[in-house]
Design a protein around this ligand. Structure first.
Ligand code: HEC
Length: 107
């Protein structure tokens, strides 16, 4: 019983801070594949840059997770960066954004 209440309390805390929960582990694996294969086709196989700029943490430092999430979902109009909202949920995009901000987003 007590544990159950803690669960609800932490859920409320998450909601209060506007945090988006991580997708389940199997979805995370799919998203990692998408990151290196699909995003990598423009941003470089190791995300170091190609047609699109580097997505490595040094460059991502200029954006917060919310901004990167929005870029992924809506793309950058007028450029080759496409919107991903048909394929990715906000939760997926937020998780990818968090991965990009991490120091070593290796597969
Ligand atoms: C068809 C090619 C293409 C694909 C696929 C693509 N991008 Fe991009 N992306 C671009 C281009 C080109 C830009 C730079 C647009 C500009 O001129 O500002 C960009 C910009 C970005 C930026 C902003 C980078 C910055 O420093 O300004 C982020 C973040 C980003 N892409 C993430 C992603 C992610 C994550 C994926 C996969 C879900 C993805 N992109 C897939 C072409 C692509």
């Amino acid at each position: 019983m007590r544990y159950r209440h803690w669960g609800i309390a932490s859920l409320l805390l998450l909601v209060a801070f506007g945090a988006v929960a991580d997708p389940p582990p199997n979805r995370q694996t799919e998203l990692e594949t998408l990151l290196y294969q699909d995003c990598g086709s423009c941003h470089g196989m190791t995300l170091g840059g190609g047609l699109g700029p580097s997505l490595l943490p040094e460059r991502m430092a200029r954006y917060d997770v919310t901004a990167i999430t929005a870029i992924i979902l809506h793309g950058i109009p007028g450029t080759a960066m496409p919107p991903w909202s048909e394929l990715l949920t906000r939760q997926d995009a937020a998780w990818l954004a968090k991965q990009l901000k991490k120091n070593s987003p290796t597969p």
